[in-house]
Design a binder for this molecule. Sequence first.
Ligand code: ATR
Length: 283
Amino acid sequence: MFDVNTELLGVIGYPLGHSLSPLLHNHAIKELGLNMVYLGFAIKPELLKEGVQGFRALNIKGINVTIPYKEKVIPFLDEVDSLASKVGAVNTIVNKQGDLKGYNTDVIGVQRLIEDDGNFKIKGKKALVLGAGGASRAVGISLCQNGIKEIYVLNRTETKAEKLLNNWQRLYPEIKMESGVLSLYPSILAKVDIVIDTTPIGMAPDIEAEPIIDAKSFHSNLLVVDLVYNPTETTILKAARQAGAQVLNGMGMLLYQGIEAFRLWTGIEPEVQSWRDLVENFI
Ligand code: ATR
């Protein structure tokens, strides 16, 4: 039961749509017997500043931030963790006595997806990132932070890939980087160890969408990761698997970013397997 001491956690976004975070965090709260509750706050854009101020006033302990506020929330915080400022986006806020600090747990989410679920060591490897949107920013910082040797970013709109890469290169001058338009992928695929698709192509409901990579270009020495997890195997993963590559969907990123957020708020890491079962039953 809730009482006057129940601590509040929540997610802000607009609209909140299909966020699975309340399901995951409330499950962990219940399993651990904590006096907390995790709610959704669909804050209208013109009220974002007041919303954040409200976290201080109402002593809301922990907040996840989703689309469209991951960047917009930053000016209203007291402090931003160095990784989050490298990404330029915050997905988790910790409220310590009214002092709000922003983190980006997507960075560790990407690392654990690749290294724990994919059984793949990032250090010293060569990566191709497809897409240059919000998700791609956390992927790039995660790869660079964990010692990737070379990184290529290809995007439909070339200027966006260039801009992203310039930002990464400024932060990590020692890493070899190249950006370009999507159609360059065949020559790059031949020399990388891992491909990460950050585009929404193949995501439900449009699950039959043509993959942006021709199946013939894949090879068996690749780990191919698609951040989409619904469906569990997108058309690009299917093509990669048929070419003998190791494949991985993005569910682990959802789970690990949430585990890290929960750890920041409570000091406790929820069991990944129980969260995985929960999401698998849900989608
Ligand atoms: P997210 O926050 O999930 O990364 P986003 O910021 O909207 O979403 O970025 C989506 C990325 O997928 C972009 O790089 C986009 O390419 P553009 O920069 O050219 O828009 C890419 N993308 C989306 N649909 C695409 C499609 N049909 N073909 C190729 N790239 C696509």
